[in-house]
Ligand binder design. Structure first.
Ligand SMILES: C[S@@+](CC[C@H](N)C(=O)[O-])C[C@H]1O[C@@H](n2cnc3c(N)ncnc32)[C@H](O)[C@@H]1O
Ligand code: SF4
Length: 397
């Protein structure tokens, strides 16, 4: 092998920035009343059209990105478990041909308990998926009805057990801090979740998102979320209950055993390069030495028509300014328990970390126990993560 080349014959110097690849599948069986993700319901899902369009857009993105090492692939949605497994297999084959994979390439697929029958899960595994993220949302029948879910708690548990037996890694999502949910009720549900859990959990507090059915109900006073203090108590309870099980919060809403973190999602929070394929997908990619924000047209069929016409559905791309790089990296990095390293921040944003921060807020944040700063790394404590929006608002110069 020649110096500077690896076994694939590619110049390693050109492949400095490893890539996380996000692939968006925009279809669901029904629209959940809390959800503002780019997800749509169709009588018949146009499988062949969207398979071809995703593959075409991936090829277009690879062409302009050039050789990169592939660190992870994430099939998100929408409900990617509604994808034809042959499409998942073809996209994985394309991606790993276009971008030489790093060892232990992480390939995650989001699945709903309703759409994961036995044959499909096995087919996704055979396609190369090695991590599943299951949208359980609740383990309580009344809550599942309230959340408009299409599955029962027992279906979710069966899907989870099957997923654990089929994939080397499995995570699931729950939504808590629901209207009227007591500490005791959440403790019992979390207890059950911990018995079912493999090595990773995503635990989200319910938020009211613009344009959703829940927003209308909230406006009419028919849905009331817990007050901030009650929600904070639920958050502290959650962290305390998970700790004896070896699950630590590595990000605000994500907990794992050491080493079982979602490497793909870490790329977002660590502000590394990620490419986004499919309707509405976002990306942050280094192109010709500049960090570029990429965005795809959001509506599924018009996006597919754009790809059919010009090979991609990209809209309004822009270079990210030095100030915005600093702001975005701080917003993302303080979600992580490990926080932000001074050296990594300067290398990625071109701004020294301390120059991006208001010195008074930093000093007061550390004194109040919301932030830690050891001269090399800045992090938000658990109490800091509870008031992250306010903290960030004051911290950014
Ligand atoms: C892309 S979504 C859904 C994945 C999959 N389609 C499902 O429903 O299971 C990812 C996760 O975000 C969470 N989520 C979505 N909207 C939310 C909201 N308004 N409040 C809290 N969590 C939310 C849910 O836990 C969901 O599983
Ligand atoms: S929560 Fe999941 S299944 Fe429900 S509408 Fe959103 S993406 Fe679709």
């Amino acid at each position: 092998m020649m110096l500077g080349q690896d076994s694939t014959g590619l110049d390693l110097g050109l492949m400095n920035e490893p890539l996380a690849l996000y692939i968006h599948w925009p279809f669901c069986l029904s629209k959940c009343p809390y959800c503002d993700f780019n997800s749509h319901v169709r009588d018949t899902i146009p499988q062949a059209r969207f398979s071809a369009a995703l593959r075409a857009e991936l090829a277009w993105e690879a062409e302009r990105l050039g050789p990169r090492r592939l660190a992870s692939i994430f099939f998100g949605g929408g409900t990617p478990s509604l994808m034809d497994p042959a499409t998942v297999a073809a996209l994985i084959a394309d991606a790993t041909r276009l971008f030489p994979p790093l060892p232990n390439l992480e390939i995650t697929l989001e699945a709903n308990p309703t759409s994961v029958e036995r044959a499909r899960l096995e087919a996704f595994r055979q396609a190369g998926v090695n991590r599943i993220s299951l949208g359980v949302q609740a383990l309580d029948a009344t809550a599942l009805r309230f959340l408009g879910r299409e599955h029962s708690a027992s279906q979710a548990i069966a899907a989870l057990e099957h997923a654990r037996a089929t994939f080397p890694r499995a995570s699931f999502d729950l939504i808590y801090a629901r209207p009227g949910q007591s500490r005791e009720a959440w403790a019992a549900e979390l207890d059950q979740a911990l018995r079912l859990c493999a090595d990773h959990l995503s635990l989200y507090q319910l938020t009211i998102e613009p344009g959703t059915k829940f927003e209308a109900l909230h406006r009419q006073g028919q849905i009331a979320l817990p007050e901030d203090d009650a929600a904070a108590l639920l958050y502290r309870d959650t962290i305390d209950t998970c700790a004896p099980h070896g699950l630590r919060p590595y990000e605000v809403s994500n907990l794992s055993q050491p080493g079982a973190e979602s490497r793909h999602n870490l790329a977002y929070w660590q502000y590394a390069d990620y490419a986004g394929i499919g309707p509405g997908a976002h990306g942050r990619v280094t192109l010709a030495g500049h960090l570029v924000a990429t965005r795809r047209h959001r509506a599924p069929e018009p996006w597919a028509a754009m790809v059919e016409q010009s090979g991609h559905g990209s809209t309004a791309e822009e270079l990210i300014s030095r100030e915005d790089r600093a702001r975005e990296m701080l917003l993302m990095g303080l979600r992580l328990t490990e926080g932000i390293s001074q050296a990594g921040f300067a290398a990625r944003t071109g701004t020294p970390l301390l120059a991006a921060l208001d010195p008074d807020t930093l000093e007061r944040g550390v004194e109040a126990g919301y932030l830690t700063w050891d001269g090399a790394r800045l992090a938000a404590t658990l109490e800091g993560r509870l008031r992250l929006d306010a903290l960030l608002g004051a911290l950014l110069v």
